[in-house]
Design a protein around this ligand. Structure first.
Ligand code: SF4
Length: 323
């Protein structure tokens, strides 16, 4: 690991000021940042410790939603009674992530900003456009079993590793930011970006901006599920995961949300499948058609064609179980 300057910020304004120049990283839980620094994938000259800023509360919103502070620990959010009752899909997604020890350290903001686990990204001897723009991508034509089947580009086929963000995408959450130019908010579905020709640009964050919180909108009573398929029973990233929200009234589907993890550079909302489901009969042929629609644009790589069928079956089965 290279030498870096460590600075602890006393308030949000100071943190933003300290991060507005040079190669800088914010430090919250550090569960991904120190991996990246140890491998020298990230080489910040200054690490701004924000872990003691007052951003860890989980608070009610006036519209009936819930605000998750950016520094709320993943374990804390998953155990919160309001989250478990009103957003069980989020609690389940969080409990499917990492290990208990990591969930005790990892934060909401850090989870949003965690970087891909593509093995070539972490290997300084491999070509990687995300690490070194223009260098090429050794994952393409390499061992691509864990890589993307949707929304990839010729520059990068990496996937986003988060479970939490898949649930946030299904829930239509909003990310609140503050930075040198003031406050703004971004729908979580627009916060993470597809790789295109600039895979090194992963989020809508601007220089010096800090995630302060995530807002969950109020939801009517919908049934929800988060299902994750992985190589080991715990402490493994998703091969494919799915977050589904479903409300059925009088045999017809009133509300449907589907988001997929492990298949794209960002949590992947299946908008076409949601449209097909909304207003339709809640039955097996409709669930099958929606699942097929969700993966209709999949472009598997050499070793990951199984993901297309796995995603299709997971969606179909989860819809059936929730109906
Ligand atoms: Fe790098 Fe993306 Fe290629 Fe992985 S898939 S080696 S992260 S460019």
């Amino acid at each position: 690991m290279r030498e870096y300057a460590y600075v602890r910020a006393n308030d949000v304004a100071e943190a933003i000021g300290l991060a507005s120049e040079g190669p800088v990283a914010y430090l919250a839980g550090g569960t991904n940042l120190f991996d990246l620094m140890r491998e020298e994938v990230e080489r910040p000259e200054r690490v701004v410790d924000i872990s003691r800023l007052p951003l860890s509360a989980i608070e009610e919103l006036p519209d009936g939603g819930l605000r998750l502070g950016a520094l709320a620990r993943n374990a804390h959010v998953a155990a919160d009674d309001r989250v478990r009752r009103r957003y069980p899909v989020l609690a389940r997604a969080l409990l499917n992530g990492a290990s208990p020890q990591l969930r005790n350290r990892a934060t909401v903001g850090g989870n949003l900003l965690q970087r891909t686990r593509c093995r070539y990204f972490y290997d300084l001897g491999a070509a990687c456009n995300k690490r070194t723009p223009g260098a090429g991508c050794d994952a393409i034509g390499g061992f691509d079993r864990g890589h993307a089947i949707l929304g990839a580009s010729e520059s990068c086929v990496a996937v986003h590793p988060s479970d939490m963000c898949v649930a946030l995408a299904a829930l239509d959450a909003t990310v609140n930011l503050t930075g040198p130019d003031g406050d703004r908010n971004v729908p979580v579905s627009d916060f993470h970006l597809l790789p295109g020709e600039t895979p090194q640009v992963e989020t809508a964050l601007r220089k010096g901006e800090l995630v302060t919180s995530v807002d969950l909108p109020p939801w009517p009573p919908v049934r929800g599920a988060y299902v994750k398929v992985r190589d080991r029973a715990s402490y493994a990233f998703a091969l494919v995961s799915v977050a589904v929200l479903l409300q059925v009234e009088g045999g017809r589907i009133a509300v449907a949300r589907i988001a997929l993890g492990g298949v794209a550079h960002k949590p992947w909302r299946a908008y076409g499948a949601e449209e097909l489901l909304t207003g339709a009969a809640a039955d097996e042929p409709v669930f099958g058609a929606a699942a097929a629609e969700a993966v209709a644009e999949a472009r598997p790589l050499r070793h990951n064609a199984f993901k297309t069928e796995l995603a299709r079956r997971l969606i179909r089965r989860t819809l059936g179980e929730l109906s």
